[in-house]
Design a protein around this ligand. Structure first.
Ligand SMILES: Cc1cc2nc3c(=O)[nH]c(=O)nc-3n(C[C@H](O)[C@H](O)[C@H](O)COP(=O)(O)OP(=O)(O)OC[C@H]3O[C@@H](n4cnc5c(N)ncnc54)[C@H](O)[C@@H]3O)c2cc1C
Length: 310
């Protein structure tokens, strides 16, 4: 008979790591899965996290590692597997079946902490040149563009952070934004304004990534007068937001219009025994500090569920 875990935590970003820490301390028989090698989820993509209390200016990589080490000290580490589906087991009460390519696991409760992924633009050339000049992670790929030209597309925090980061590496950085003002935090806008090698192109959208073996240019269109032009560039960094990783859970939980799992602060979804934590759920502020709080809350809710549904 296959082992039935008390709790399965899917994801090892801040929400999942926090959940794992709370589950380990509660001595729950826990299965923890993540598809990536390093722990930390999205924060691995940022060079600096400056708003997590107590750790000003820590790099995303260091924060992810410190969180992962904390969990490991409590004797829990994620199994490296990509979760393909989660479903209610037939005829066995509230058990859930978690499927990966290699295994089929069973757990009484599941915490979905799979976070979010980069949104794509779906323009010609984007996929073709992905990894050959097109990137979704300035921290990961910025070093390949030392003393070269890069374009950042977007106007939120992610785009501003990427542009500031790249301005320290690249000779020239363009920021292409579809509106005439940024959505990102004022502190980042102020910082960007001090970068002398950054040029902002307002009211413009990316139309096509151009290149031969790698990227050579980005065609853009001005949304006010419809004129098109090409920026000569070696790199295109796409930072136009995120999409929740809920595609695989559409049948399991109720999602809102944006694809986020409908769940409040306690992480309780409309499916008994299934909880949501972190960026994957409906909430106002998607940050590390709210994700770790969610992880803790979701475990508390799962524990309560286990006690009341024996
Ligand atoms: C560039 C950037 C900069 C940021 N800067 C800051 C900042 O300065 N301060 C701040 O507070 N927040 C910042 N954030 C936001 C912060 O990173 C997120 O709010 C936080 O990481 C959310 O944590 P999470 O655990 O919910 O999800 P995620 O961090 O997205 O982690 C989800 C995890 O689930 C795993 N996963 C997904 N699907 C599957 C699957 N099918 N099977 C197995 N595993 C799966 C992923 O591999 C990942 O490890 C930034 C985000 C980005 C992208």
């Amino acid at each position: 008979m296959a082992e039935i875990y008390d709790i399965a935590i899917l994801g090892a970003g801040p929400a999942g790591i926090s959940a794992a820490i709370y589950a380990a301390r509660a001595r729950l028989n826990t299965l923890w899965l993540d598809r990536q090698f390093a722990q930390g989820g999205q924060i691995l993509n940022t060079y600096e996290v400056d708003n997590y209390p107590g750790l000003p200016g820590i790099s995303g990589m260091d924060l992810g590692e410190a969180m992962g080490d904390h969990a490991a000290k409590l004797g829990i580490e994620p199994v490296r597997e990509n979760v393909l589906s989660v479903e209610n087991a037939e005829g066995s009460g509230s058990e859930k079946i978690i499927r990966t390519k290699k295994h089929e696991y069973r757990a009484r409760t599941v915490i979905l902490a799979c976070g979010a992924s980069h949104r794509r633009l779906n323009i010609p050339g984007e996929e073709e040149f992905s990894g050959m000049g097109v990137s979704y992670c300035a921290t990961c790929d910025g070093a390949f563009f030392r003393d070269k030209t890069a374009v950042v597309i977007g106007g939120g925090n992610m785009a501003l952070e990427d542009a500031i980061f790249l301005s320290r590496i690249c000779q020239k950085v363009y920021v292409v934004h579809r509106r005439d003002e940024f959505r990102g935090d004022q502190i980042l806008q102020d910082s960007l304004n001090t970068c002398e090698n950054v040029e902002i192109i307002w009211d413009s959208v990316a139309v096509e990534v151009q290149g031969t073996e790698s990227v050579t240019g980005l065609k853009i269109r001005n949304v006010k007068n419809d004129s098109e032009s090409v920026i000569r560039t070696d790199g295109v960094f796409i930072a136009v937001g995120l999409v929740p990783n809920t595609e695989r859970f559409q049948e399991l939980v109720v999602l809102d219009k944006g694809g986020y799992i409908i769940a409040g602060e306690e992480g309780i979804t409309q499916t008994p025994g299934v909880f949501a934590a972190g960026d994957i759920r409906t909430k106002k502020l998607r940050q590390v500090v709210t994700a770790v709080a969610d992880g803790a809350n979701a475990v508390a809710s799962a524990q309560h569920y286990l006690m009341t549904n024996k």
